[in-house]
Design a binder for this molecule. Structure first.
Ligand SMILES: [Zn+2]
Length: 97
């Protein structure tokens, strides 16, 4: 894994994981120690990457379902409106007959 600080490829894996279980590395050029989440958006999040990814997935799924639900609601509203008009027309036909 390249060094996130100096981008050197001359790094080595340390036989010690973080408290969260992530692999740690040391840069042979700048001697900085980092882990596989250093420099990523996940770095300061206290939850495991898998948990974050599942949470994001379900949040997006829920958001898409809400949008779909709103679209369906609009379709159903139009259907009900058109059925009501059709029902009125049917009632008018019955009154004439
Ligand atoms: Zn470095």
């Amino acid at each position: 894994m390249d060094c996130p600080d100096c981008q050197s490829k001359n790094t080595k894996k340390i036989n010690n994981k973080t408290a969260s279980g992530y692999e740690q590395y040391r840069c042979c050029k700048c001697h900085r120690q980092y882990n596989e989440r250093t420099g990523t958006k996940l770095n300061l999040i206290e939850y495991p990457t898998e948990v974050v990814m599942i949470a994001v997935h379900y949040y997006l799924l829920q958001t898409r379902m809400a949008v779909l639900n709103n679209e369906l609601h609009e379709h159903f509203r139009r259907w009900c409106k058109s059925f009501a008009i059709a029902n009125d027309e049917i009632m008018e036909v019955k009154k004439v007959a």
